[in-house]
Design a protein. Structure first.
Length: 415
């Protein structure tokens, strides 16, 4: 895969960028490979910067991922918690901002297996998805969700069917932060949104939470920017949109690391009805030195994680990981103790016989937790902890055998 480097901020074009974190030799999050091919997968340093002018955290390298996304298969549509969240998103968008409106049209970019659009469709909306993974497009189509197969770019608007060249909602769920040109995307979305009732609804990883939890695993080659409420508002404002809501879904119902913002074109009827949402971000996020300090905190978190795993093994116990999404893959890739894990279990493993990139930890289905039981389980997908505990209780696992990634990073647990 080719890598291209930038020298300017992705948002404001500034040239004063300060590196605050470097994760060496990191893989892609979904690049599982056969064990015999371990070492041939893509790896590259992940350097994370903050712009001194607009304070947007970001990477400054772009990896050509066209073929990679073609085989991307990660989805959470089978999770009850995720399904509940997606229904809340659709319900609150329609009831809070578009109550009484008819003929609501929704475009989701990075629509995955179609579950989010299905929630909108069940409310009577017309929907269409845009998704680069052929496997996920097929699943979505089987669900009755019309989906365009492709990687959404700046020219993709012209490929939309005529009836979807003007829509009421453009939705992105953990896709916006994958875009190499986020500012240009906002401009493109604004061009097709209804000038009177148009809504851009975006869910991204929250930089404030990443720092608070030392979630270094969310710094990925796939991600281009890491937003806060403040930088999200500023980005939208540059392209003529106003953020009118940061509380679309209550915190208790959100996924593990979720910043949701809803924006509307300046001058729309919704901009008149709803005042601009006030960003709530700690004052230290205005200080460049704070970002440099967070790099040190993250490095300490990785040390805590390695010490936790060593304490398990030193006590004569076995350990496995749960969750083969980006959190699991990237967490393991930066650890010195990844080889201590028996396997990485997931409800929907990509394919049998694969291992996680760089770490080489075997990827298995849930049956491995029954057939080859372990003493302790480190849960990377901690947002679904209760759901995971309940599911694995059938195999005899007790709540005390499960440990949250966040607790391990914070140094709160030992064998």
């Amino acid at each position: 895969m080719s890598v291209q480097f930038r020298s300017q901020c992705r948002i404001c074009g500034g040239v004063e960028l300060k590196r605050f974190l470097s994760l060496p030799d990191m893989p892609l999050t979904d690049d599982f490979i056969a064990a015999e091919r371990l070492g041939s997968e893509f790896r590259h340093d992940i350097d994370v910067f903050v712009c001194a002018d607009c304070l947007t955290a970001q990477t400054q390298h772009d990896v050509n991922m066209d073929d990679y996304y073609e085989d991307y298969q990660y989805a959470v549509g089978g999770s009850p918690a995720a399904s509940h969240f997606m229904r809340l998103v659709a319900k609150n968008v329609c009831s809070r901002f578009l109550a009484g409106a008819e003929g609501i049209k929704v475009l989701e970019v990075g629509s995955g297996d179609g579950v989010q659009l299905l929630a909108f469709k069940e409310l009577g909306c017309e929907v269409i998805g845009y998704e680069p993974s052929a496997a996920l497009v097929e699943i979505a189509q089987d669900r009755g969700i019309p989906t365009i197969h492709g990687l959404f770019g700046l020219e993709s608007v012209k490929d939309l069917p005529e009836r979807f060249k003007h829509v009421d909602v453009v939705m992105l769920s953990y896709t916006f932060d994958h875009l190499p040109h986020p500012r240009e995307f906002v401009a493109a979305a604004r061009s097709i949104l209804s000038p009177e009732r148009g809504l851009l609804v975006v869910e991204v990883h929250d930089l404030e939470k990443i720092f608070a939890r030392s979630e270094y695993c969310l710094f990925e080659h796939e991600h281009s920017v890491y937003l806060t409420e403040s930088t999200a508002s500023a980005l939208c404002a540059i392209e003529g949109m106003t953020v009118i809501d940061f509380q679309l879904v209550p915190e208790a119902d959100r996924r593990a690391n979720s910043l949701i913002f809803v924006a509307t074109p300046n001058g729309s009827a919704l901009a008149d009805r709803f005042p601009p949402a006030e960003p709530s971000v700690p004052a230290e996020f205005q200080d460049i030195e704070f970002y440099l300090q967070q790099g040190e905190v993250i490095r300490k978190g990785i040390e805590n994680l390695d010490e936790f795993v060593e304490s398990i093994v030193s006590a004569g116990k076995t350990i496995a990981g749960y969750g083969a999404g980006g959190r699991g893959v990237m967490t393991l890739a930066a650890m010195k103790t990844a080889s201590r894990f028996q396997y990485l279990a997931d409800r929907k493993p990509k394919r049998p016989g694969l291992v996680a990139p760089k770490s080489g930890v075997p990827l298995v289905g849930l049956e491995a937790l029954k057939d080859s039981p372990v003493d302790e389980i480190l849960v990377f997908s901690f947002g679904y902890m209760r759901e995971i505990q309940d599911e694995l209780a059938a195999f005899g696992y007790k709540p005390q055998q499960f440990h949250s990634l966040l607790d391990a990073l914070a140094g709160k647990i030992h064998a």
